[in-house]
Write a protein that binds this ligand. Structure first.
Ligand SMILES: Nc1nc2c(ncn2[C@@H]2O[C@H](COP(=O)(O)OP(=O)(O)OP(=O)(O)O)[C@@H](O)[C@H]2O)c(=O)[nH]1
Length: 650
């Protein structure tokens, strides 16, 4: 824990507190600006200042990918016109998958800095975060960042902000978060433009919990914003959600590391530790229950629960341990990780092919990927993740069922299944792109079953390379695949993309099963649009068979054993016998391939004394086998599962 600084929280009443977040499109400079603000208020030490690493991006995966996944909070003290202010900053993620985190952060703020990159201009997420902030009634301070870059076009982008957001150009602050130019004016604007929070220390205790992390020794550490009342060490609190009671063992502010304080007052934002051990015991609102004891019967009385709008899981996937004996350990790791990422939903799942596992709901495929990487990095988990599926609605005569696992999807070709119709989730997509790429983007959207396409221009028509905003509706299943990657490559990286829920729509979908060695592999099943069943079936069995691999094994087995070992990680390694691979819809076989028999001996090409090389190749093979699952008598690598949806969309 950080060194204790004596901070008198009672010196900071609501009128000198400002709670704000920074909202922006990905890479527009939120974390860099956050770092500059921490430096200018002397919140971070010189040792951190000199490094190029961003202070608030804390997770390993965030540092590796350069994206913020988890919102971080920091309190700073700032003297403005002789008065000491407490500024609470909540750093927010920028990727479309994490919009829920952005909304949560905003719920603890009265204002937001809307950051726009002066070289890129308004992007799809600038629009969506702006609208969310407006809906929440936040005061918005428009900030134009990266004005130090030669490619910056401050006048043009300011005009764009005016026409898109209705912002007065005079209100826009021009800064470089990198060099610090103009950032002093941001601090001034935070104090002068953002309204202070409201709340009274004499009112009943109420706090909003907006984030939590897990500490092995102290249990769940929750970040809270105090709305009313005072919270002190030793206070008994109760969860309005689970109604469980706890005692506060520690509390304080993030400065930017934890600094213990004696109390937290209204309008303040800080952490609390109270020996919570399980995510199910998370709270959304807390109250010292002693103040609510009803006179007479001594029963604890709870105020009504204030629910934060539920998040919307967009993709589901099964997570299984490679070694079935590791299930309990895996489940425990998932539970721990969900304490720091509550937007993930967890349910147990069992598969005939992969045994016991968990079905997890994520906000998007990047979110899923980040969660997988954190499971591997932080918990050393060795797992298989099935292809992501969106939640479908199956309407029967007497009921409607949500299906988020292809295994549970009925065979609609069978009349006895009595399915009236199947519906799939659709989204309203927004793409912002230079007009030169508009045609490409339209093509891409049509390929992904887009409807109701429309477009308009963001800049005035005289601007060179004017930018267009394209809107359409699309099935969610089509964008949770590699749509984002295609969008980026077909627009040379210039397109930005965002989407919002647009309900459900009737669709002609079927369940496709895959048989390996005549046995269905339930974990490989997928739901596809009828129009794509042939393409998907053929491509996918081909992929499973991996004819190139067979060729490679046969021809370079002896010549290049290491290449062979490397390839064997990409596809189903050939077995000792012939394996038929079939794609089936209902009772119809859509496609079939056969994997011929051959044993890959990775050390075959190595002779006599090369013991070390031989060991190295055997080690390589062991490593590639690490992520394989033996199903019946067939080894299936992780990539086989990952590739399904990619095949579907290609
Ligand atoms: N030249 C210049 N580069 C900047 C400026 N602000 C940020 N950058 C760079 O832009 C890149 C993205 O900045 P970040 O602060 O990581 O962006 P972010 O918005 O936090 O990104 P996410 O967390 O992924 O949403 C980094 O390489 C920064 O060094 C600036 O004012 N000028």
């Amino acid at each position: 824990m950080a060194a204790q600084k004596s901070i008198q929280m009672e010196d900071y009443s609501c009128d000198v507190i400002r709670n704000f977040s920074i909202i922006a499109h990905i890479d527009h400079g939120k974390s860099t600006l956050a770092d500059r603000l921490l430096e200018m208020t002397s919140t971070i030490s010189a040792t951190v200042k000199g490094t190029n690493q961003q202070f608030l991006d804390k997770l390993k995966v965030e540092r590796e990918r350069g994206i913020t996944v988890k919102a971080q909070t920091a309190s700073m003290f700032h003297n403005h016109n002789g008065r000491n202010y407490l500024l609470n900053l909540i750093d927010t993620p920028g990727h479309v998958d994490f919009s829920w985190e952005v909304s949560r952060s905003m719920a603890a703020c009265e204002g937001a800095l809307l950051l726009v990159d002066a070289t890129q201009g308004v992007q799809a997420q600038s629009l969506s975060v702006f609208h969310t902030a407006c809906e929440r009634g936040l005061t918005i301070i428009p900030v134009l960042n990266k004005i130090d870059l030669p490619a910056a076009q401050p006048d043009r982008i300011t005009a764009q902000m005016q026409s898109t957001f209705g912002i007065d150009p005079a209100d826009v602050l021009h800064i470089s978060a990198k060099t610090g130019q103009g950032v002093e004016a941001v601090l001034q604007a935070i104090v002068e433009r953002i309204p202070p929070p409201t709340g009274s220390p004499s009112e009943k205790m109420k706090a909003f919990l907006f984030d939590s992390s897990y500490d092995r020794y102290r249990g769940v550490i929750s970040l809270v914003s105090i709305q009313n009342g005072v919270l002190r060490k030793g206070d008994k609190i109760a969860s309005c959600y689970t109604r469980k009671k706890y005692e506060i063992t520690d509390l304080g502010i993030m400065h930017p590391e934890e600094v213990s304080t004696s109390q937290l007052l209204p309008g303040q934002v800080g952490y609390i530790a109270c020996n919570m051990k399980q995510s199910s015991e998370d709270l959304l609102c807390i109250s010292p229950y002693r103040r609510y004891t009803s006179p007479g019967n001594g029963n604890t009385h709870f105020p009504p629960v204030e629910w934060f709008p539920a998040q919307w899981e967009k993709v589901y996937a099964g997570v299984f341990p490679v070694d079935s004996n590791d299930f309990i350990k895996l489940e425990e790791s998932i539970k721990r990780l969900t304490l720091t990422d509550r937007s993930v939903t967890v349910q147990r799942e069992s598969s005939t092919a992969l045994a016991q596992g968990c079905r997890l709901g994520f906000l998007g495929t990047l979110h899923m990927d980040v969660f997988r990487q954190r499971l591997e990095d932080e918990y050393d988990a060795n797992i298989i993740i099935t292809a992501p599926t969106v939640p479908y609605k199956v309407v029967y005569k007497d009921k409607t069922v949500f299906v988020s696992n292809p295994t549970d999807f009925p065979d609609i070709t069978d009349p006895s299944a009595k399915v009236r119709e199947v519906q799939e989730p659709i989204v309203k997509a927004t793409i912002i792109v230079p007009e030169d790429y508009l045609g490409e983007m339209m093509d891409l959207c049509f390929l992904h079953r887009a409807e109701d396409m429309d477009h308009r221009y963001l800049d005035s028509s005289s601007a060179s390379s004017a930018r267009a905003i394209l809107t359409c509706t699309m099935p969610l299943s089509d964008i949770v695949t590699d749509f984002f990657d295609k969008l980026k490559s077909r627009s040379s990286g210039f397109a930005s993309f965002d989407y919002e829920d647009a309900g459900y729509q009737r669709s002609n979908l079927v369940k496709m099963s895959f048989l390996l060695n005549n046995k269905p592999v339930d974990a490989l099943a997928l739901i596809v649009h009828r129009s794509a069943e042939q393409t998907v079936g053929r491509l996918w069995v081909k992929k499973l068979r991996a004819s190139s691999h067979t060729f490679c094994l046969a021809s370079i087995d002896k010549a290049s054993p290491s290449l062979c070992a490397m390839l064997s990680d990409k596809v189903i390694p050939r077995q000792m016998f012939e394996v038929p691979i079939q794609a089936v819809v209902g009772k119809r076989v859509i496609a079939r391939e056969t994997l011929s028999a051959l044993r890959a001996d990775v050390t075959a090409g190595l002779y006599g004394g090369h013991y070390e090389r031989k060991m190295k190749h055997l080690e390589n093979q062991k490593e590639s086998k690490r992520r394989m699952k033996r199903i019946g008598s067939v080894d299936l690598p992780q990539e086989a599962f990952f590739d399904i949806l990619r095949t579907k969309s290609s």
